[in-house]
Design a protein around this ligand. Structure first.
Ligand code: SAH
Length: 265
């Protein structure tokens, strides 16, 4: 597909990432597809500035039913297939990058299994962008030679936890946790138990690139209290590792500021 001028194909689904929320961080392809696709299926994560760019007549919120109930993943999958079979060009718009958490992989598998052609439009993921706009490089020659993106959604204390926190602690690299606000006490607790330094810097970046962005700094030992004092709520990423301290060195000159942009959600 040309990246300069995109004409969406009827009967095709585009799995498109919106980036972290600032419309300036949409890819050119994503913007053109939002302007031209017959139907855009979205949830709330892209934010009202990006969702507001799509005419109401061509967009459908598949995050929640009007009743307030969450649309189930099978319902979203079926909707994509049905629209494509009716000949629509369909954008499935997802926050951040479509294949970093958020079930983009499952949606692609479903489309393939049902014989629906689709295209993946990669995007800026919050896993790197949220630390980035807070002045935190996820790797740094002096502090971290690797970075792991993990889900904080699971109970890290259960025996069959899908995330091996002990192994992550041993890498000495940066750990970026998505969906990890509520279970912060659980996984920081596990990391402390494995012997990770309690002074390890930790940052929480909430609603990165949104006007109400918040950044909170602490250590592995203090970050739960910091979260509660500052009032950090989802969506936010947790950055664990020496790189988090870089923010303090940069803060005076860091000019990322989204506070005067218009966002109502
Ligand atoms: N595909 C997305 C992630 C989806 S999972 C991506 O690549 O960014 C949802 C999680 O993403 C949230 O719980 C949060 O951890 C993170 N997230 C998404 N947008 C964010 C933002 N603007 N600021 C901070 N975290 C964000």
């Amino acid at each position: 597909m040309s990246t300069v001028f995109v004409e969406p194909e009827p009967g095709t689904v585009y799995l498109v990432g919106s980036g972290p929320g600032d419309p300036g961080l949409l890819t050119i392809t994503a913007k053109q597809l939002l302007e031209r696709a017959d139907t855009v299926l979205h949830d709330r994560l892209p934010g009202s500035r990006i969702i507001g760019m799509i005419p109401e007549s061509r967009r459908e919120d598949v995050g929640k039913h009007a009743s307030g109930k969450r649309t189930t993943q099978p319902e979203i999958n079926r909707r994509m297939v049905n629209l494509a079979r009716q000949g629509h060009s369909v954008v499935r718009l997802k926050g951040g990058d479509p294949f970093v958490f958020g079930r983009g992989g499952e949606e692609a598998e479903f489309l393939a299994a049902h014989g629906v052609p689709f295209e993946v439009v990669p995007a800026v993921t919050s896993a790197t962008a949220a630390p980035g706009v807070a002045g935190i490089p996820v790797t740094h020659r002096d502090h971290a030679s690797s970075v792991s993106f993990v889900t904080g959604h699971e109970d890290p204390t259960k025996a069959e936890s899908a995330v091996n926190w002990e192994a992550l602690a041993e890498t000495d690299g940066t750990i970026v946790v998505l969906m990890g606000v509520n279970r912060l006490p659980d996984y920081t607790g596990v990391l402390l138990e494995t012997g990770m330094d309690p002074e390890t810097p930790v940052a929480l970046v909430e609603r990165a690139t949104w006007p109400n962005q918040q950044v909170a700094m602490g250590t592995l030992e203090t970050i739960v209290d910091v979260r509660d004092d500052v009032g950090i709520t989802p969506p936010a990423v947790t950055v664990i590792g020496e790189v988090a301290a870089t923010r303090e060195l940069l803060a005076d000159f860091l000019r990322n500021d989204y506070s005067d942009t218009d966002e109502d959600s």
